[in-house]
Design a protein around this ligand. Structure first.
Ligand SMILES: [Zn+2]
Length: 464
């Protein structure tokens, strides 16, 4: 009886995409660049047209079903790749593709090169998909697919965020710390980590220290206390601005990670990637983040404004065909407000105008005609749709726009967000129905919606 109650609760808390969970053990040899992994995936939604993706450097020992029986699979011979991964599908006794079982187990080992830090032992490139050992630390983000990722072919949808339960054991490392996304870092060689929230399994492991603050952690940054205090003061300011706009407490801890690039880079340059709530930078330099008064430079206020907005418009929004709109466009729109609230109006104006210019020559389908998640591509979700929301704010005011966002957050607790719910939220915010309909026809449903958005942005913020 208890069991039934528990599983009902579980379904209620992850009603849409995140029924699937991952459990397992991971052993990492830091000196030799070796992974030894065993994972179980559970509660996988039924799907005939799927791939199991795993980094091409990982060699599969076996797949097993929930009874512990071996399952044949395709992909080990003449396998197709997708990005950094090889695609696998499970086969039945006759060699036909199996509908993905609700649970399965996979066991594999991987070996990766080590780019020795400080010895000019570089690779030709570096990006988020690299599994980067440098003799001191290991960085492996979600994009590397170092852990099994599911790909829903029909909907072109990656499932790489899971509630997880993972034991990580590390060998051949001194003064070792372990970070796995969504958990506080631990100074240890072995630890069992649990996240009830869906998260990527981005890991950063090795010989480093971290600094804990109420807002979160700075990981592997050798800097003075004054800089740390200033960075966190700014992070607190970003959090406060978001919380004020949405009238909702900021709850997540933030992890700022400093790591090394594995390729040769121009001295002083840095590249960043984000995998909320973790944000990683190569060669993070506090002096470049902060101005003379100890305030974030405009770029960082906007960047962190977007990232921290995922505290609200987070992975639980990844549901339905407008998933990317709810997740990314609203975070980007909120980053405009953070930038403005910091007083960086000229920078914001420049960003809005360059965004308008960027999307000018591209084609987009009106939001009301979107049928598949993938139609909201990166330009759509990060540039055009946020500009539409900016037009909404410029038409109806910040206060009413904030009220719309608050309603959406409330609806998202129970429902997949839809344009109909957006309409409902707009009316509930106090906007006259006739005014909202006019806006919707011009900037959301019209076949000229893109041009209308660009024209409005240029009208308000000037030509670029
Ligand atoms: Zn984002």
């Amino acid at each position: 009886m208890k069991k039934i109650i528990f599983s009902n609760l579980f379904i209620l808390s992850f009603p849409f995409l995140f029924a699937q969970t991952i459990k397992g053990t991971v052993e990492i040899n830091m000196k030799d660049g070796l992974f030894n992994c065993n994972f179980e995936l559970h509660n996988i939604p039924q799907n005939k047209n799927y791939k199991i993706l795993l980094n091409k450097g990982m060699n599969i020992k076996y797949f097993k079903d929930s009874n512990g029986n071996l399952v044949d699979f395709e992909g080990h011979y003449d396998g197709k790749t997708k990005g950094e991964a090889i695609e696998y599908t499970l086969l039945d006794k006759d060699g036909k593709t199996l509908t993905i079982p609700t649970s399965f187990q996979v066991d594999y080992r991987g070996a990766f090169p080590i780019y020795f830090d400080n010895t000019e032992d570089y690779g030709p490139f570096d990006y988020k998909g690299i599994i980067a050992f440098n003799g001191k630390t290991l960085r492996a983000a979600d994009q590397s697919k170092w852990y099994p990722t599911l790909y829903d072919v029909e909907n072109d949808k990656l499932i790489d965020k899971y509630p997880y339960e993972v034991t990580i054991k590390v060998t051949n490392s001194e003064n070792n710390s372990i970070f796995i996304n969504g958990n506080v870092p631990q100074k240890t060689l072995s630890e069992h980590f649990i996240s009830t929230k869906p998260s990527s399994l981005f890991i950063f492991i090795g010989n480093y220290d971290f600094i804990s603050q109420p807002a979160g952690y700075i990981i592997n940054l050798d800097t003075d206390n004054k800089s740390v205090a200033r960075i966190f003061k700014n992070i607190e300011a970003v959090k406060e601005k978001l919380a004020n706009n949405l009238n909702l407490k900021f709850t997540d801890k933030i992890y700022i990670i400093n790591h090394k690039a594995v390729n040769r880079r121009r001295p002083g340059s840095s590249w960043a990637f984000n995998d909320y709530p973790a944000i990683a930078f190569t060669d993070l330099n506090p002096a470049k983040m902060l101005d003379d008064k100890g305030q974030f430079e405009p770029w960082y206020s906007k960047f962190l404004g977007h990232e921290l907005a995922h505290n609200y418009f987070g992975t639980h929004m990844l549901s339905g065909k407008l998933s990317w709109f709810w997740l990314e466009s609203f975070a980007e729109y909120l980053s405009f407000n953070v930038t403005e609230d910091f007083g960086f109006n000229a920078f914001l104006k420049e960003s809005l105008l360059s965004g308008a210019k960027n999307v000018e020559s591209q084609n987009f389908i009106p939001l009301s005609e979107i049928t598949e998640m993938s139609q909201i591509n990166e330009s759509y979700r990060y540039i055009l749709a946020p500009l539409m929301l900016k037009c909404f704010e410029d038409t109806f005011g910040r206060e009413k726009t904030n009220r719309v966002l608050q309603s959406l957050l409330e609806y998202a607790k129970k429902n997949t967000l839809t344009l109909e719910l957006f309409d409902e939220a707009a009316i509930a915010s106090g906007i006259e129905a006739v005014d909202y309909q006019k806006f919707k026809q011009t900037y959301i449903t019209s076949k000229d919606f893109k041009q209308n958005i660009i024209a409005q942005i240029r009208k308000v913020y000037g030509q670029s």
